[in-house]
Design a protein around this ligand. Structure first.
Ligand code: 5GP
Length: 114
């Protein structure tokens, strides 16, 4: 069996995280290395999908729930607007192979595509 990802360990409370939202199917917590004033990771609890493409194919409702959670978090912790980033594949910077969304807000920042 594959080694549990760091996100599975956070879901299982084996390592600590600043959890900002949790439902039956998703968990959201602040990124340990923030790239914006608000940087939250929204993660499905299941480790079944290694990236957003697999998730979209396998459980589109779960992806939709993650996007609605991102909106709620941005309203609660920022001004309501946000960027959603899904690094997909090693060459694109993905380091944790457990599907997740980066929710970034608070300023456009240097890496902005705007
Ligand atoms: P990726 O590079 O795969 O798109 O994003 C993984 C993210 O997980 C990175 O932004 C990284 O800072 C974050 N991360 C890695 N390990 C931990 C951890 O133990 N706790 C938290 N809160 N975030 C983590």
């Amino acid at each position: 069996m594959a080694e549990p990802t760091v996100f599975e360990k956070i879901v299982a409370r084996e390592i600590p995280a600043e959890i900002v939202l949790e439902t039956d199917r998703i968990i959201a917590f602040t990124d340990i290395n923030p790239q914006a004033p608000m940087h939250v990771l929204v993660v499905p609890k299941t480790p079944a999908y290694r990236d957003v493409v697999e998730l979209a194919a396998g459980d589109p409702d779960l992806l939709a729930e993650m996007i609605q959670a991102a909106k709620a978090i941005a309203r609660e912790r920022g001004d309501g607007d946000f960027r959603l980033v899904f690094n997909t594949g090693e060459l694109a910077g993905q380091t944790v192979f457990h599907a997740h969304a980066h929710v970034l807000g608070g300023s456009l920042g240097e890496g902005s595509l705007a």
